[in-house]
Design a protein around this ligand. Structure first.
Ligand SMILES: N[C@@H](CCC(=O)N[C@@H](CS)C(=O)NCC(=O)O)C(=O)O
Length: 407
């Protein structure tokens, strides 16, 4: 961690022998003034800000001159921010975020014969959320058990909490397949080892002790059609042959502009990169809003994989992306068709139980430190509350076809 209390800070905070407890000090004009009594228990419990207060007092008296304070912090913060962003969110030369490619791929639904599978996810992650939804709709809960990690202080995935919140909503727990403490450890125990990015979702083969796949789209295609012998809802097809081309066309629009588009807004490292991303995002949302006025789902009357992919971004939109990633032009709530479409999918049996809003908010606001250094989690917008999402969506008027055979 960048600003954790070091032995030096502990010394400054605790040692009575330092100048901190003198009654007088020079202020920044070099005149002698009574030192205000310093309290080690000030209202701000953050040891880092106490350290900075102590240092400021030590060097300049009661407060740093505002001009100097702002210039110094701005210069230091800009350099540190760019350093952090370049390592955490790689970008191209124009400052646009470029998402690293997934390492372990499946090139079709039947490219693995493994049947003793285990799924690793994290609940804030929209890519992992796709796999939880398709797993639930297909009835693969028993066939593919899941371990749910949560982000640790440095943002990497950890297993540290007892399973189950008792609410019926998915919640983080321990690693049930390998009993590891972190996801990094799981990737490392694979037979050939691995030292790259340890991302969720990740599908694991318990027999060969190896990673099967860590690309969400491959995993949902595989769950949709590659495990029907084990699924309790094998008749549900979220990628029927006659819609495959349409699904791909929508996905090619939605992935860069919406799914990854929100990240391209949030992780942009130049104004130009942000402008490009935000125009692509809202231009696409406008198009989707129009299309969904007369189409219940993206490809017509049938829910498909591309709806699942769109849903996991939309459900996080007002909650996180609108604020943290500066996707501010409009809230999802201001798009009546998109919001109703989101409610429609949320109300499909088993979907709401895959949405853990507390984990999503904590995962973004508390962990994406470079974007929210104070780690304050804003209040939940009412448009994202469970009760709001249960309001009638009225989309049966477009198509009353029973969309799913959820068993
Ligand atoms: N293209 C991948 C993206 C997966 C991804 O980026 N997951 C993020 C969480 S949202 C992650 O695990 N990041 C950890 C890291 O980069 O170390 C997919 O669709 O599965």
């Amino acid at each position: 961690m960048l600003f954790s209390a070091s032995p030096l800070s502990q010394h400054l905070l605790l040692s009575p022998a330092t100048t901190l407890h003198r009654d007088f000090t020079f202020n920044h004009r070099r005149t002698l003034t009574p030192r205000p009594k310093m309290s080690l228990n000030n209202n701000n419990n953050n040891p880092n800000s106490t350290l900075l207060n102590s240092l400021t007092n030590l060097l300049w008296g009661k407060s740093l001159p505002p001009g100097l304070l702002i210039t110094t912090v701005r210069t230091a913060w800009n350099s540190i921010w760019h350093l952090m962003m370049s390592q955490l969110a790689p970008s191209d030369p124009s400052g646009s975020y470029s998402r690293p490619a997934s390492k372990f791929r499946l090139s079709g639904p039947s490219t693995t014969t493994a049947t003793n599978l285990h799924l690793y996810v994290g609940l804030p992650c929209p890519w992992a959320h796709r796999t939880l939804i398709v797993r639930a709709l297909k009835g693969l809960d028993d066939a593919v058990p899941v371990s749910i990690s949560s982000p640790g202080p440095d943002g990497s995935w950890e297993f540290k909490r007892a399973n189950g919140s008792g609410s019926g909503i998915v919640s983080p727990g321990l690693d049930k397949a390998n009993e590891c403490k972190t996801l990094k450890e799981v990737y490392r125990v694979r037979k050939n080892g691995y030292d790259g990015r340890s991302t969720v979702p990740m599908l694991w083969d318990n027999d060969s002790k190896d990673v099967v796949c860590n690309e969400s789209y491959d995993i949902i295609e595989f769950f949709n059609s590659g495990l029907n012998a084990l699924a309790s809802n094998p008749d549900l097809d979220l990628s029927p042959p006659h819609l495959k081309e349409k699904i791909q066309q929508w996905y090619q629009l939605i992935y860069p502009n919406v799914n990854n588009g929100v990240y391209r807004c949030g992780f942009a490292q130049s104004q130009e990169a942000y402008d490009r991303a935000v125009n692509g995002l809202f231009g696409t949302l406008d198009k989707l809003e129009d299309h969904l006025a007369n189409s219940r789902y993206l490809c017509g009357d049938t829910l498909t994989l591309v709806d699942v992919c769109l849903f996991t971004t939309l459900i996080r939109f007002d909650l996180v992306y609108n604020v943290l990633f500066k996707c501010t032009k409009k809230k999802l709530y201001e798009y009546p068709n998109l919001h109703a479409y989101t409610r429609d999918i949320y109300q499909i049996p088993k979907v709401a139980a895959t949405c853990n809003f507390t984990e999503i908010m904590d995962g973004y606001y508390k962990i994406l430190f470079p974007l929210n250094p104070g780690s304050i989690r804003p209040i939940m917008p009412s448009s994202s509350e469970h009760e709001t999402l249960l309001r009638p969506h009225g989309r049966e008027s477009i198509s009353s076809a029973i969309p799913l055979l959820v068993k």
